[in-house]
Ligand binder design. Structure first.
Ligand SMILES: Cc1cc2nc3c(=O)[nH]c(=O)nc-3n(C[C@H](O)[C@H](O)[C@H](O)COP(=O)(O)OP(=O)(O)OC[C@H]3O[C@@H](n4cnc5c(N)ncnc54)[C@H](O)[C@@H]3O)c2cc1C
Length: 290
């Protein structure tokens, strides 16, 4: 959703026709270039600059942790850049940069704890020139475009958290029913049965919260607060459920032969990517009037 979203919601007819059919085949990817080395949670700390002269944008700066940025399948990135500084006021705009553009390099980042099949890249812009028409949306709308895209993206991360929790729970339940100690399945010890009951309850709550947020979005009602709540809750319970699921596996849960080990690692991104849990709480606290 981060890749196609900005093009779909804010692209001109020409931009949409140029990129969306190719992206919708599933054979190509698009990246969302917001995070920078000095601008993570503070998305308005962007240092990347773009200046317009003679109908050409010149972009200088860099991005970090950009999903799909250096994938062979990627066609390009949507990049947030500062397009004007007027005293305290900074204007942000979003610009489309296609892979292969002179002055643009996407470098893969290796060594992630989890999600090793997912490409993560650093993007470098050095006197990178793209035509004026590559502006996405209007000048000055950059922050709005990127942040509203993240509202949608939070639903996806929440869904990943829910799926991760559900998968870890199922592995733990099956294992606890099969594994015998002291002459009976470990699921028959009340402390373990209650752990599994708590896991099932959290998953049910997470599912209801996420489905409500999706329902609001589908029905064109405001959903940003519920999206942040879903992202926060689903990713946090994915952590708790995966942790308890490893505990129920005992020593085997730490071995790579057992899939639960991967769930334990995979969930860890979900409380960080697309806005950390702390930032979700910040967003929610603003919505409730703090
Ligand atoms: C695998 C992966 C894929 C990613 N994909 C993308 C992508 O496709 N596009 C993209 O633009 N970005 C992407 N990101 C970046 C991700 O969104 C950022 O890592 C995240 O927003 C946090 O920024 P940061 O890492 O700079 O941490 P920081 O912002 O430095 O935060 C460090 C810690 O400080 C806390 N903190 C910061 N500010 C506050 C505050 N005001 N109040 C309380 N606590 C605070 C944070 O919650 C965190 O715990 C990806 C990251 C990863 C790891």
């Amino acid at each position: 959703s981060l890749g196609i979203g900005p093009l779909y919601y804010y692209g001109t007819e020409e931009q949409k026709m140029n990129y969306l059919p190719k992206l919708c085949t599933g054979n190509h990817l698009w990246a969302f270039g917001l995070t920078e080395p000095e601008a993570g949670s503070d998305s308005r700390g962007t240092k990347t600059k773009a200046t317009l002269e003679n109908d050409i944008w010149t972009i200088d700066g860099s991005k970090i942790f950009i999903t799909n940025g250096s994938s062979e399948l990627a066609l390009g990135s949507t990049v947030q850049a500062v397009t004007k500084i007027d005293g305290e006021h900074r204007e942000y705009s979003t610009i489309i940069v296609e892979n292969g553009t002179k002055g643009f390099i996407a470098q893969p980042m290796h060594g992630k704890m989890m999600w090793r099949a997912s490409d993560t890249a650093q993007l470098f812009f050095d006197n990178c020139k793209v035509p004026k028409e590559n502006l996405l949306g209007k000048i000055g709308e950059g922050s709005k475009i990127m942040l509203s895209t993240l509202d949608n993206g939070r639903l996806s991360i929440a869904a990943m958290g829910l799926g991760c929790a559900q998968g870890a729970f199922e592995l733990a339940l099956n294992y606890a029913k099969e594994r015998k100690q002291f002459g009976k399945p470990i699921s028959k010890f009340q402390i373990n049965a209650f752990k599994l009951a708590d896991m099932a309850t959290k998953i049910e709550l997470a599912r209801n919260l996420l489905y409500k947020a999706c329902w609001l979005k589908d029905n064109k009602k405001p959903f940003a607060k519920e999206a942040a709540m879903s992202k926060l809750y689903c990713s946090e319970i994915a952590k708790q459920v995966a942790d308890e699921a490893v505990q129920l596996h005992g020593g085997y849960g730490l071995m790579k032969d057992y899939p639960i080990e991967r769930f334990y690692r995979d969930q860890r991104l979900l409380q960080i990517g697309e806005g950390t849990s702390e930032i979700q709480r910040l967003v929610i606290s603003r919505y409730i009037g703090c």
